[in-house]
Design a protein around this ligand. Structure first.
Ligand code: SAH
Ligand code: SF4
Length: 386
């Protein structure tokens, strides 16, 4: 007997192909998909407009199963964080952030992360495994239908999804792409491409694939104006340095639903927040603007955690940095920190990960390397052992 299939693993095409294996027509897959994603259904018996014969076949071969919820925390500001069990000692987090005009869900793509950014607590945990498509979608499926019940509404609650939880989504591309298609599908969550954002630390070849396959809004975690400093903060920069990354951003714009890339820049006290960093950044952006790069900046006040050995930039320095960029004509905002009291802010999502690689070990060694502001244009820093 084959193992039961979790239907959350399929985008509509995949579900249609699966239904065909059961001897069913494609339009049945559309009905089923709508039951699952639009109505939150998991009990085939209740899917009243499906033929009884299909319901019986499904009951024997398939299921729609959420991830077990290990904990739920609600912040004073309305933010809700869930910790989901993904088995094998791993847990991942999703965060709902309500605002006046939108409801954003921040979801995870991996248990842990292999990139190992210096300032990120997920990175410090190491990497365990990629989430499956169904595990990515299950976060949205659960949150949307939980919130509808909780708020007693039949209306859609989640209007935006950001892939900014745990993990590097573009290092899990094959599972991410069907999940994105389910989010966008009119028979699924019906989100527009502008309202689904993939955030990446800069996996250049996969940015090109995303542009071709499923061009949603793109956020790129920049964090440094020079290769020397970025090498030390985002180790992936050694593989895809700034010139390549920014060229990929420019290429992406030809396909993008928004006419700009959002650059995220985490403000680290004394590390990347000095006036000379702002000047170098402006030069960098101007140099690439000439070849068609259009961007906005989102400055993220660093959310400290003890193992990082780093501190948050003082607010006036963040404001001065934002002003320098804005004065140079680069639209820059400062991200409001939400869910601080429940550790749900950016980079605080640590879940609980069994590191199956040596990432955590490498991060522990790096902890002893003190980061100092790197002068603009300095030679590339010696790379810590990887
Ligand atoms: N791996 C992807 C997406 C997840 S991280 C990426 O790196 O883009 C989402 C955002 O949170 C990224 O911009 C990341 O750099 C930022 N971030 C990570 N740790 C942080 C911290 N401690 N404080 C503030 N922002 C952080
Ligand atoms: Fe991974 Fe993103 Fe954290 Fe870097 S910032 S370690 S890429 S999750």
């Amino acid at each position: 007997m084959t193992a039961p299939v979790n239907l959350l693993d399929f985008d509509l095409e995949g579900l249609a192909a699966y239904c065909e294996t059961l001897g069913e027509k494609r339009f049945r897959a559309t009905q089923l998909f709508r039951w699952i994603h639009q109505r939150g259904g998991s009990d085939f018996g209740q899917m009243s407009d499906l033929a009884k014969s299909l319901r019986e076949k499904l009951a024997g071969a398939a299921h729609v199963t959420a991830l077990p919820v290990l904990s739920q925390h609600a912040s004073r500001d309305g933010t809700i964080k869930w910790l989901f069990d993904v088995g094998g000692g791993n847990a991942v987090e999703a965060v709902f952030i309500p605002e006046d005009d939108r409801g954003t869900l921040c979801i995870s793509s991996q248990a842990g992360c292999a990139v190992g950014c210096r300032f990120c607590s997920t990175g410090h945990q190491g990497f365990s495994r990629n989430l499956g498509t169904g595990e990515i979608v299950a976060q949205l499926w659960f949150a949307e239908h939980f919130l509808r019940r909780h708020l007693q509404t039949g209306e859609r609650v989640i209007s935006n999804v950001v892939m900014m939880g745990m993990g590097e989504p573009l290092q899990n591309y094959d599972r991410l792409a069907p999940a994105l298609r389910t989010m966008l599908d009119d028979h699924g969550y019906g989100l527009s491409r502008r309202r689904v954002t993939v955030s990446t630390s800069g996996v250049v070849p996969m940015m090109d694939r995303l542009a071709q396959d499923c061009p949603v809004a793109l956020a790129v975690s920049l964090h440094a104006p020079s290769d020397a400093l970025r090498d030390a903060l985002v180790p992936l920069n050694r593989k895809y340095p700034l010139a390549e990354l920014l060229a990929a951003c420019t290429r992406y714009l030809a396909h993008a639903p928004r006419d700009f890339i959002t650059f995220e820049y985490c403000m680290l006290d004394g590390v990347n927040d000095q006036p000379e960093h702002a000047r170098t950044l402006i030069e960098l952006v101007r140099a690439h603007a000439a070849s068609g790069l259009r961007c906005k900046f989102n400055l993220i006040p660093f959310n400290p955690f003890p193992a990082s050995g780093l501190l948050r930039s003082p607010a006036p320095r963040v404001q001065a940095f934002a002003k320098a960029l804005n004065d140079a004509g680069i639209v820059t905002t400062v991200r409001k920190t939400r869910g601080d009291d429940i550790d749900a802010a950016c980079g605080q999502l640590a879940g609980d990960v069994r590191d199956r690689t040596r990432v955590a070990e490498r991060m522990a060694r790096q902890r002893s390397v003190v980061l100092h502001p790197v002068p603009a244009g300095a030679a590339r820093a010696p790379t810590p052992a990887s």
